[in-house]
Design a protein around this ligand. Structure first.
Ligand code: TXA
Ligand code: MG
Length: 508
């Protein structure tokens, strides 16, 4: 089959008229036409024709049990497609249509059975793109999934459609890149309370203004999701994708760097999907690998403008594929508004999600004896138990002289690893970077809670935290090797208790 491409931007008005005429005829004859919407390109067929709808499933290689969205152009069509239009649907339509919101309603009789894929509901939306609306006006309601091969990222321009479907569909109406870049929000109005089955172009926060009891369905994690599309691997580039998610920007950049370094040791070519703010950091850290062509950094958009990230996401994933990258490390975004949809797509594309490790800070006075000993001993046990990717340790002193080595006896008692220790002062940043602060004495604990009251909830003495006991870890400072060995034994015993508790509480 030859796929005809109509590049609307290059056409005179009468040629545009011809293009629409051709495409409407193709659709009416049961053919498939890809067309732009404000979200992504759709692959349209007549919603009333079983054979045309079946052809969509074949062209995409789409699983038979995944229903299609019907695209309409006016409210009258809605009343034919849905058996009933509840008041909530009318309100939402008034607020968000035309636009990126799909309403799941009880199905009427006007659409082919295959559209609903065996369900008694139908997804309906009125797209906000003049080309889509004009095509529907001429041909009638269109059943249209995203115009990609099943499992691939959705197409945000005509080139993406052709990458996947050239020769498998009759025509593409090319009107340039789409605006939103992620698919519509799918909202189920057939359940109580109504549930968002797929986050998308209209945010949960906006829908909540109209439907205060709306939920975001956890269906992604369920075994039998209510929106069949949610159970399939989606949006996946060919490369393995590692998603890094962290609230703090510094932690995010650090983890992306760590993951990238690890992957560069394993595979040939690595890609980073970075925000504009962080891209220069990665380019500096991995300058050599960039020069050698082993690393590719693509900017998704500004951290301050998540809409920009949404618009570019699928294109960037396809670019990594085109460059034959073996693995991609992607920066996550904050999960509000369009950020929910971005994170949903990234999670579905990811084979692994990395979050910051739980950070335990040990605190003593000079940061040359007890706290560095605890740091080394705890780290050793984490390594033995193979949980170094979930927890990390550091130490500091409330009266530390920065850069001091650990006491010689401490090194002898604990091991050569302590030889590279350099003492560190307790500062505001050190406090805020820790998830848990374990002090050697009651006095250290008091010091922290008085100076940093906002951190008081995460400060405990080590004996209090692990065995609910009062008292301090004895200070071996100035003592013999034997004194230090006693301290080591005390800390080691507490470490065993600590890990038992940690593993029990964080059994994820
Ligand atoms: O923005 C969009 O929604 C794009 C453009 C082309 O309109 N379309 C799109 O279609 O993304 P598709 O088929 O790729 O994704 C439709 C999603 C699937 O996850 C499907 O399972 C769900 O909507 N869906 C469709 N009808 C449904 C129904 N009756 N009940 C539950 N989920 C439904
Ligand atoms: Mg799709």
């Amino acid at each position: 089959m030859h796929t005809k491409v109509y590049r609307l931007a290059e056409m005179q008005p009468e040629q545009v008229e011809h293009a629409f005429c051709d495409c409407a005829s193709i659709i009416k004859a049961g053919g498939l036409v890809a067309f732009p919407t404000e979200t992504v390109y759709g692959l349209g067929a007549l919603a009333t024709s079983s054979s045309a709808v079946q052809a969509i499933f074949r062209a995409k290689g789409r699983p038979q049990d995944n229903p299609l969205i019907v695209h309409i152009q006016n409210e009258e069509q809605l009343r034919k497609i849905a058996r009933r239009v509840p008041e909530s649907a009318a309100k939402l339509a008034k607020e968000f249509w035309p636009g990126p919101l799909t309403l799941v309603l009880e199905t009427g009789h006007a659409v082919a059975e295959e559209v609903s894929a065996g369900l008694d509901t139908v997804g309906v939306r009125m797209p906000a793109h003049p080309v889509a609306l004009e095509l529907i006006r001429r041909s009638g309601p269109l059943a249209a999934p995203s115009a990609n091969t099943s499992g691939r990222p959705s197409p945000t321009c005509a080139e993406h459609v052709l990458e996947d479907l050239d020769g498998k569909i009759h025509a593409v109406l090319d009107a340039g890149p789409t605006g939103v870049g992620l698919e519509s929000t799918v909202l189920d109005l057939c359940c109580e309370p109504p549930a968002i089955l797929r986050p998308g172009g209209v945010s949960y926060e906006a829908i909540r203004q109209i439907l205060p009891d709306v939920l975001v369905s956890p269906s992604c994690e369920q075994e039998r999701p209510r929106s069949p599309g949610q159970k399939y691997t989606h949006y996946a580039p060919k490369a393995r994708l590692v998603l890094v998610s962290a609230k703090e920007h510094a932690a995010l950049a650090h983890l992306v760097g760590e993951q990238t370094a690890a992957l560069l040791g394993e595979v040939g070519r690595v890609g980073i999907l970075a925000t504009r703010e962080n891209a220069p950091i990665y380019e500096a850290v991995f300058a050599q690998q960039l020069r050698e062509g082993r690393l590719m950094v693509l900017v998704s958009g500004s951290r301050a403008a998540p809409a920009e990230i949404a618009a570019s996401l699928f294109d960037r994933l396809r670019q990594f594929d085109a460059q034959a990258v073996d693995a991609v490390v992607a920066e996550g975004v904050s999960e509000v508004n369009i950020g929910r949809a971005i994170m949903d797509r990234l999670r579905r594309a990811a084979s692994k999600v990395v979050t910051p490790r739980f950070h335990v800070l040990f605190l003593c006075t000079g940061n040359t004896c007890r706290s560095p000993m605890a740091e080394a001993l705890f780290r050793e046990i984490a390594r033995e138990r193979r949980i170094e990717d979930r927890i990390e340790f550091s130490s500091a002193g409330i009266a530390a002289v920065p850069g001091m080595a650990a006491a010689e006896h401490a090194i002898q008692a604990v091991g050569e690893e302590l030889r590279s220790h350099a003492s560190r002062e307790l500062t505001k940043d050190v406090v805020s970077g820790a998830d848990l602060i374990l002090t050697m004495t009651e006095a250290h604990k008091r010091y922290v809670t008085e100076r940093y009251p906002h951190a008081a909830h995460k400060v405990h003495t080590l004996p209090e935290y692990v065995e609910d006991a009062a008292g301090d870890v004895e200070d071996p400072f100035g003592g013999t090797l034997e004194t230090y060995e006693k301290t080591r034994e005390q800390i080691q015993r507490m470490a065993e208790l600590f890990f038992e508790r940690f593993l029990k509480e964080r059994r994820t």
